[in-house]
Design a protein around this ligand. Structure first.
Ligand SMILES: [Zn+2]
Ligand SMILES: [Zn+2]
Length: 171
């Protein structure tokens, strides 16, 4: 791996001059999450997790933080990500019924959908009120998953904030 040419892991022909490591992506995601109505009470989503999630990389292994991302993909997948206008994003959405977007998919819901249905639904995707209920009943995995995610996110954030030596040691 070490002598691999540095390239963006999220696309082809990216501008190599703008590459950064995902572990260095630590912009605040709070207002982005609030805007998309996908905040979770006590989990702060690290920018790196946001980027990985939107790219369909659902594993939260720390080695993922050593992927490179170019500025364009960092923006498109991260804080400048645009929600799909469709409201029937949720895999269990009843398409025969019309609906409006009530909320964005949270990091927890996104993970639950992936674990249970094997579908990647990016954080922030719009879902309707009915789907929020259906999700709660049929897909929600409860508090354990939430705690696990919370722990992972804060660990990732700490890693990202750590000084170089400490960060590299941890991984
Ligand atoms: Zn790129
Ligand atoms: Zn729905």
């Amino acid at each position: 791996m070490a002598d691999d040419k540095m390239r963006c892991s999220f696309g082809d022909n990216c501008d190599e001059n703008t590459l950064v490591l995902l572990k260095e992506c630590k912009k605040d995601t709070t207002s982005h999450a609030r805007y998309l109505k996908c905040s979770t009470e006590d989990i702060h989503i690290p920018e790196s997790v946001l980027i990985l999630n939107r790219a369909g990389v659902m594993g939260l292994g720390l080695s993922n933080l050593y992927k490179h991302v170019c500025l364009k993909h960092r923006n498109i997948l991260g804080l400048h990500w645009k929600r799909n206008k469709r409201t029937y994003c949720h895999p269990l959405h009843d398409k025969s019924k019309s609906s409006t977007i009530a909320r964005g998919v949270t990091v927890v819901q996104s993970r639950e959908i992936w674990l249970k249905l094997n579908v990647v639904l990016p954080i922030g995707s719009g879902i309707c009120r009915r789907c929020i209920e259906t999700h709660k009943k049929e897909i929600s995995m409860g508090i354990d998953l939430k705690e696990e995610l919370k722990e992972m996110c804060s660990l990732l954030e700490k890693t990202a904030n750590a000084s170089n030596q400490t960060g590299d040691h941890l991984l």
